[in-house]
Each structure stands twice: as structure tokens, then as C-alpha cells.
Design a protein around this ligand. Structure first.
Ligand code: PHE
Ligand code: FE
Length: 285
């Protein structure tokens, strides 16, 4: 492709965005702001406001990277779309977040099969302002390169899916969202917390690694962490023996329920959101 460098990065060409493209960003942004004020975790909302990713329009990656780099040493690099796994992991391992540049069309506001700039920037980048999450993402990149070498990428990819993309966190005010795939989706940001259908299970590394996922519908299972420190502590050890152990165990259906799963109670069928107080969480966690 024209202008694509060997590491798959391209220039964002911010000047080239049209008024319509900025308008779509603003539409998506304002819609999510209303939904996420009470649903996203504090770390995400903090990161977003400190980035000043403004409702103004599609942000200039360089401006954003300068703020991000000062906070946690990460930068955003522009890519044309999904890049080969090895390239993706190598970028993460060097604290570079590959982001697409294009924005969805007006008739695709609710559903898109591939990541666009709204998902990548609004969904992912604010979490990279958090020091623990920033380290987790870099470690994931290094772990990705290793999993590739060992031939265990599918298991590691599930960890990314159920944390970075679709993770929930338990807080004293109830469950909150930190997964980017949810944060950039109007439908799923309501569904994951307010709908009684999906199950919300306490995070368990091996359980997550065994669980297949769906890419074409809302999730049937969400995994809930207690803190980002807990997530990073659980994933820090060498995965080599874990991969070996899991190789003999069957994969699990996205909606599977095991006797040892620790589930959070579903939200009430109708009406406002029930608050899950700290006592209740302590008992479940
Ligand atoms: N500890 C993991 C390994 O040995 C690497 C990793 C860290 C993966 C954090 C994901 C998140 O492969
Ligand atoms: Fe993503």
C-alpha cells in the first residue's frame, strides 16, 4: 500500500479529515459521554478528561501522543487497519498504540466489523493514561510475541478480548466498564451492565484463557476484575507452564457456566440500576 512503512505505520494526515468526518466523531462522542458518565470506571473517565480528547472532532494523534507520553510514556502510531499479530505486539511492547485513522460512516454508528478511529482513540487511549494499565498493555505485547513463538496465541488473545476489549471492574458503586470494545459501543455499554441476560463472572486467568468468544454479537459472558493491580499481578507470571497445562483442557463455550465460577448477581429486569454495595462485592470476590 502507498505510504505504508515496514512497521505498518502511516501518516494520520489530520488536515485531510472532512467536516462530515469530524461531525460523526462529535455525534459518537456526545452519545457515549451521556452513557458512560455512570458506567465507565473512574480510571477511564480520568484519562479521557486529562487527554482533552475533546468533543471537538477527530483528534490529532501528535497532540494526543504528547500528553500521553508525558503521563505514561506511550505514543499513538497510525496504521491503515488491522496489522499482522507480530507487528501489533511489537508496537505494544515498545509502548506504541497502533490506531486506525478512518471513521465509520453515518449509517454505521452502531455497528462496525473492524476497529475505526473512534474505537481505537476514544475506546483504548484513555486507559493508557493509567500507569498500571499502561504497563499491562506493554507486558501483553511482550507476552504476545512469546505466545506466537510457542504457538499459543489463541489462548492469549482471549485474555485480551475479555480484559482490554470487554472487561468490567467491580467498584464500591457497582460494576463499571473498562473494556474498549464496550466503551466505544452505545448498545453494549448499556447491555453489559443493565441487561440480565449476560453472565458476569469473577476474573480467573485460566478460565478466561479457555473461553471462546464471539465477535459478531454482544458478549454472553463478561469477566470482572477487582482492580488493575490484581489483573496485572495475575498476568505477570510466565505463561509458559499455564499454556502447557491448558493444552490438555477443553475450550469453553462463550456462555459456559462452571460450578467453580463466581458470578455477580444479574441486574433487575427493569427500572433503574441496582447499586452493588461494597459488602456484597466483598462477599463475591
Ligand atoms: N506474563 C505473560 C507471559 O509470560 C505476559 C503477559 C503479561 C501477558 C501481561 C498479558 C498481560 O506470557
Ligand atoms: Fe480494540
Amino acid at each position: 500500500m502507498d505510504g505504508v512503512r515496514p512497521d505498518f505505520t502511516i501518516a494520520q494526515d489530520w488536515q485531510a479529515y472532512t467536516e462530515e468526518e469530524h461531525a460523526i466523531w462529535r455525534l459518537l462522542f456526545e452519545r457515549q459521554q451521556k452513557l458512560l458518565a455512570q458506567r465507565a470506571c473512574r480510571e477511564y473517565l480520568d484519562g479521557l478528561s486529562r487527554l482533552g480528547v475533546a468533543a471537538g472532532g477527530i483528534p490529532d494523534f501528535r497532540r494526543l501522543s504528547d500528553i500521553l507520553e508525558r503521563a505514561t510514556g506511550w505514543r499513538i502510531v497510525a496504521v491503515p487497519g488491522l496489522v499482522p499479530d507480530e507487528i501489533f505486539f511489537a508496537h505494544l511492547a515498545r509502548r506504541r498504540f497502533p490506531s486506525t485513522c478512518f471513521i465509520r460512516r453515518r449509517d454505521q454508528l452502531d455497528y462496525l466489523q473492524e476497529p475505526d478511529v473512534f474505537h481505537d482513540i476514544y475506546g483504548h487511549v484513555p486507559m493508557l493514561m493509567n500507569p498500571v494499565f499502561a504497563d499491562y498493555m506493554q507486558a501483553y505485547g511482550e507476552g504476545g510475541l512469546k505466545a506466537l513463538r510457542l504457538g499459543h496465541l489463541p489462548r492469549l488473545a482471549r485474555l485480551y478480548w475479555y480484559t482490554v476489549e470487554f472487561g468490567l471492574i467491580a467498584t464500591p458503586d457497582g460494576l463499571r466498564i473498562y473494556g474498549s470494545g464496550i466503551l466505544s459501543s452505545a448498545g453494549e455499554s448499556v447491555y453489559c451492565l443493565d441487561d440480565p441476560r449476560p453472565q458476569r463472572l469473577r476474573f480467573d486467568l485460566k478460565r478466561v484463557m479457555r473461553t471462546r468468544y464471539r465477535i459478531d454479537d454482544f458478549q454472553q459472558t463478561y469477566f470482572v476484575i477487582a482492580s488493575f493491580e490484581e489483573l496485572f499481578a495475575a498476568t505477570r507470571p510466565d505463561f509458559t507452564p499455564i499454556y502447557r497445562e491448558l493444552a490438555d483442557q477443553p475450550d469453553l463455550d462463550p456462555a459456559a457456566r462452571l460450578p467453580e465460577d463466581r458470578a455477580f448477581p444479574p441486574p433487575p429486569l427493569r427500572g433503574g440500576r441496582k447499586k452493588i454495595g461494597p459488602q456484597l462485592i466483598a462477599a463475591q470476590v
